[in-house]
Design a protein around this ligand. Sequence first.
Ligand SMILES: C[S@@+](CC[C@H](N)C(=O)[O-])C[C@H]1O[C@@H](n2cnc3c(N)ncnc32)[C@H](O)[C@@H]1O
Length: 237
Amino acid sequence: MVNIYLAGAGPGDPELLTLKTARLLAEARVVLHDSLVGAGVLALINPAAERIDVGKRCGGRATAQAEICRLLVEKAQAGGVVVRLKGGDPSIFGRVTEEMAALRAAGMSFEIVPGVTAASAAAAALPASLTRRGVARSLHFITGCDADHSLPAYDWAALARAGGTLAFYMGRKHIAGIAARLRAAGMEASLPAAAIESASLAEQRIIRAPLGRLAEEVMRAAPVGPVLLLVGEALAE
Ligand SMILES: C[S@@+](CC[C@H](N)C(=O)[O-])C[C@H]1O[C@@H](n2cnc3c(N)ncnc32)[C@H](O)[C@@H]1O
């Protein structure tokens, strides 16, 4: 019987949690959660459960991934419902591959419970569609921060050519570099773009600006919460 769940906490608003994850949190014996999981979601955890904050932020304090995997296996071996709760959807920039490998190596079965990813919450906040018939035929989930905290070296021209909507996760730190590379790759300065801070939460802020001014506007707004960047024609009002 499966009692280990790699579950998505969604973008922050507890009402965006799946019913399944809410039930698992209420039944949990142990919950290991990310730092981005907010108070509203954490409030749904069984009060008797052991809670472990294994939070990781790009460039910030980190529990090493190997230690998270070790803890997850240790807690899972002790029995009961164990929930590894990750912000958004576990399969999108959630390091779920390493945790699945650790569980498999320990001979333990598990289940992934999907969640609402930040890009969906950011689009809802605008509000906008992430795709648009005949205009934006693809959606690209991109990380703006590599393992060494640098801006990854993408084929920016290919991204520009694809003509889809670009959703940058962890892109706050390198926003100026991202915008400059997209412009250099041929994307118009007038292309619709937005930065959404703390999407779905009470402190949500929307910074809408064309690509050519996005970095400047975001720096002026100085967001402190998590930021999702969206770029593409689908966002046009
Ligand atoms: C490590 S990634 C995890 C993504 C997550 N698995 C998901 O599906 O949303 C963390 C990044 O997600 C984005 N993010 C997460 N929650 C967000 C929110 N409520 N509003 C805006 N961006 C968010 C930010 O770009 C943040 O740096």
